[in-house]
Design a protein around this ligand. Structure first.
Ligand SMILES: O=C(O)c1cc(C(=O)O)c2c(n1)C(=O)C(=O)c1cc(C(=O)O)[nH]c1-2
Ligand SMILES: [Ca+2]
Length: 580
């Protein structure tokens, strides 16, 4: 009798309560071995899966277990096709993945293959959104909250979908289409809020980061990355024609969060107009910076700017990887970021103080190096209005064409790095590039229309571009290994105890030894890979998964640097691997 009653009670208990995502779930993400519950796997962006069933000894037996075709390949605006850049989210045997147009797919993985449970199609405006996206039809993934899936669309919306049914519960227009604002980053959920970053740095936007209250669906705060007149930092825009109004500073890569100090860390992109830095005398805060924000108010705690008065298009949007190290005088609390300008930086994450930096690319010619005390480029002179780092290669109106290294994609672009906390190694996906920049004077007081770019020149790619994966020992700040690749790293990495995985743009998924970076395994997916691989478990079995589908900026803007990638065709496939 008693047993039957209990069963009845169980049957009536809210079925989903057990896997509702709360702040507690998110704070424990790193010790949740099976799942991948938030964009960077944990709120520190380690992208480290402790699963070791697939290891150094057996990775040679890694095979495709199942695949599933997704959609979103169709083009729109200036783009001939959509692509896949997303990090799938994994919870209790289900995957939540996106395509470039923001459709969300819930996939049941518990039967040994993938079965679509539902697809939420947000009906993104292909013509408009495709016309204001600088860099592809991209969507980097979802976040979970309660029993909802929170996602973004390229046309600037936040959408909450019922996790069980796939029904849209509510949506809100968060970025302004009339200002050429779009959204490509995955939302970051913390404390019943979803944090959104905006794209549009090449279209004269004024960047921001916004927090949405997931209970009321209203905005809690919005912090602009380019100060308004009179605000602190506005003195770093020294022109007389209000360049800051179109000053760029987009925030198009998902940030990280430190619960101990309730701080959000978020990267800021290029100042606008790109390349014509004489147009915007001054350091152009807070472009090319990492911002540390109070999560409840969006108030700035500190900032660190990497490339003041940027003439190179070195967006500093890279994720801040939060790492704690035991130190002599107490714990070191680091914030690491590998930037597009070719340098990897460690900052004190409580103060923003520069600790160390190193070049991670083979060729770097825009500066002689970093000041060991401040981390600023050695030639940086705060008294100058216009920074000329290395005069021979800095594009200016007088020196209109130059070859810069790294090229304007980097270095490292949005593609996420990974950190192995046991080995204390940080893995950086590298674009080994130089490109040619042509400077062109930008018009003052531009009357911009949606979809009309606002730049001061542009890049071309006369030199072959390759790639590498770099391993940095974060206890010493030294590069300890490098694995050279034929093509640039456009998808990012995941780390496991003994391995790292990375997708190549020519379709190869590779596994490297975590210490030596020696190549141990590869599989040719037959698709362009520009999404981050992930590792997770279903019913106790470890899998590696990656979304495969040519996307992003490369094939439109940078293909001349990689002729070998010209033949890659669009596609949209989920690959899942395991060992028997
Ligand atoms: O300043 C911006 O707003 C912005 C946005 C994006 C984006 O949202 O994808 C990219 C860039 N800039 C950019 O400079 C860039 O190189 C780039 C590459 C990619 C990509 O997905 O391959 N996106 C972007
Ligand atoms: Ca940019």
């Amino acid at each position: 009798m008693l047993a039957a009653t209990s069963a009845l009670v169980l049957a009536h208990a809210p079925a989903r309560a057990g896997n509702d995502v709360t702040q507690e779930t998110l704070l424990k993400a790193d010790s949740d071995t099976s799942n991948w519950i938030t964009y960077g796997r944990d709120l520190s962006a380690h992208r480290y899966s402790p699963l070791n069933q697939i290891n150094r000894a057996n990775v040679k037996n890694l095979k495709v277990t199942w695949t599933l075709q997704l959609g979103g390949v169709e083009g729109g605006g200036i783009w001939s096709h959509g692509g896949l850049e997303g990090t799938p989210i994994i919870q209790d045997g289900f995957m939540y993945a996106t395509d470039g147009w923001g459709s969300v797919y819930k996939i049941d993985m518990q039967k040994g293959h993938g079965e679509l449970v539902w697809k939420m199609d947000p009906k993104t405006d292909h013509d408009w959104a495709g016309a204001v996206a600088c860099c592809g039809v991209d969507n980097r993934g979802v976040a979970l909250w309660g029993d909802q899936v929170i996602s973004h669309t390229l046309d600037g919306r936040m959408i909450a979908t019922n996790k069980e049914t796939g029904e849209i519960l509510w949506q809100r227009q968060i970025a302004d289409p009339d200002k050429s604002e779009s959204i490509t980053a995955a939302p970051l959920v913390i404390k019943d809020m979803a944090i959104t970053g905006v794209a549009g740095g090449e279209y004269g936007v004024r960047g921001w980061i916004a927090a949405t209250d997931l209970n009321t669906h209203k905005e809690i705060w919005r912090t602009y990355t380019i100060p308004a007149k009179g605000e602190p930092g506005s003195e770093t825009w020294k022109d007389s024609y209000n360049a800051a109004a179109n000053g760029g500073g987009a925030t198009w890569v998902t940030g990280t969060y430190d619960p101990q100090t309730n701080t959000l860390f978020w990267g800021v992109g290029n100042p606008g107009p790109d390349w014509d830095h004489e147009f915007r005398p001054g350091d152009n805060l807070y472009s090319d910076s990492t911002l540390a924000l109070d999560a409840d108010t969006g108030k700035l705690k500190w900032h660190y700017q990497y490339t003041p008065n940027d003439a190179f298009d070195y967006d500093a949007v890279s994720e801040s990887v939060l790492v704690d190290l035991p130190g002599n005088g107490g714990k070191q609390r680091l914030s690491l970021a590998a930037q597009r300008n070719g340098f990897a930086y460690a900052l004190d994450r409580d103060t923003g103080k520069f600790l160390w930096g190193l070049p991670f690319v083979k060729q770097l010619n825009w500066t002689k190096g970093l000041d060991p005390n401040t981390g600023k480029p050695l030639e940086y002179d705060p008294k100058l209005d216009v920074q000329i780092y290395q005069a021979a290669v800095t594009p200016t109106r007088a020196n209109a064409v130059s070859l810069i290294c790294p090229g304007s994609m980097g270095g490292k672009n949005w593609t996420p790095s990974a950190y192995n906390p046991d080995l204390k190694l940080w893995y950086i996906p590298v674009i080994e590039s130089c490109n040619r920049i042509s400077n062109k004077e930008a018009p003052k007081n531009p009357k911009l229309k949606p979809g009309e770019g606002f730049t001061g020149g542009g890049p071309t790619d006369p030199v072959k571009i390759t790639g590498s994966i770099a391993a940095v020992d974060v206890t010493t700040g030294k590069l300890v290994a490098k694995h050279e690749t034929e093509f640039p790293q456009l998808g990012g990495v995941v780390a496991t105890p003994e391995l790292i995985f990375a997708g190549q743009p020519d379709g190869e998924l590779i596994a490297l030894d975590a210490k030596s970076l020696e190549k141990l395994w590869s599989f040719q997916t037959g698709a362009g890979l520009n999404a981050p691989p992930i590792s997770f478990a279903v019913n106790g079995k470890q899998y590696i998964a990656i979304l495969a589908g040519l996307g992003g900026a490369w094939d439109k803007w940078y293909i001349d640097g990689t002729p070998g990638l010209r033949k890659i065709q669009p596609g949209s496939t989920l690959y899942v691997f395991s060992v028997d």
